[in-house]
Design a protein around this ligand. Sequence first.
Ligand code: ATP
Length: 374
Amino acid sequence: MNVHQSLTTARPAEPFPSLVPASAASEAMVRFETVSKAYPAYRDKPSVQALQEIDFAIPRGSITGVIGRSGAGKSSLVRLINGLEKPSTGRVIVDGREISALAGKELRLAQRSIGMIFQHFNLLSSRTAADNIALPLEIAGWSRADIAVRVEELLELVGISDKFDRYPSELSGGQKQRIGIARALATRPNVLLSDEATSALDPQTTRAILDLLANINRELGVTIVLITHEMSVVRQLAKEVVVIDGGRIVERDHVADIFTHPRHPVTQAFLSEAVGDSLPVSLTSRLLPQPIASGQAVIRVQVRGTDAGDTIVARLARELAIDVALLSARIDEIGGQHVGSLTIGIPGGDAATKQAVGYLSQNKFLVERLGYVA
Ligand SMILES: Nc1ncnc2c1ncn2[C@@H]1O[C@H](COP(=O)(O)OP(=O)(O)OP(=O)(O)O)[C@@H](O)[C@H]1O
């Protein structure tokens, strides 16, 4: 069941809220101006329209999540930001420079201010941790002495100073990604692109790496673009979220709003996987599609911010004299806000249920009727 399908209140179908006002567009670290990307036909393969009319800005110093299913166009988006691909139409501006117009030495210089981390780390197996981190500095022509100082700083920043002389094969996935992050930051980039950087890691290591990225963003002010197909990653780290599907942006919002008011079916599907919508088995096994005499209607209420879950139960009891049963609850902190859902049982038949749903909807809660229990 897609739990978001029967939401009884919906947000107006306004265009994507502008997270970066036009007046502040120059403050953007990355700006896509009506960008499309088509890959031409090759041998027996037809041409592919990978991205279409992408128009958005990533604010300086932000952490922005870009989420989409396989083939949605995420990697193409990343390759346009770091200049590895050119748009078919439109412009890509990074840190005030039109990267899509650069070539040769100018492009290589611009790429030094764009760090990149990858799912499979992309470390050189023949180099130690320290030498992997040193690589971009060698390419940039730094002196040996400067490289040594910088590598030590970076090893400390990512918390693996003791592993400086280890080869990648001697390190865990999390340690390898720490080297990847140190290498990406070596030339002091202003923007860090993370392309599924935690997809190969277990949940605990993922959490540690995302914490590290959050620290880097906070302490160094590096803008982070987080490409992922996992809502749990977006939830932990991003402040703003862009959802892409079929090469188009289908939804954009602050992360807490995405989690409480997903509008596009793709976003809703991602959320169903990630939010832990699942009810306790003890409840689902008893859930019936039709009302039963002296039973309860089972209602899920999305809560956020100051709408603390317990006040809903108290308000229904106080203001409507409905004796609500709290069946399950889950509240998380997302983007600095409390976000979650309560599942409540409402006794008293259809009239009481309608009254409660009407009251909650009027008070701007998203409400969903899940079924009935005895
Ligand atoms: N170099 C290329 N040549 C031709 N088609 C390409 C090329 N790169 C990507 N595509 C196609 O463009 C579309 C978008 O691919 P892209 O890799 O950007 O998506 P994605 O969201 O990153 O997917 P995944 O998560 O599976 O990597 C897909 O249909 C893909 O097959």
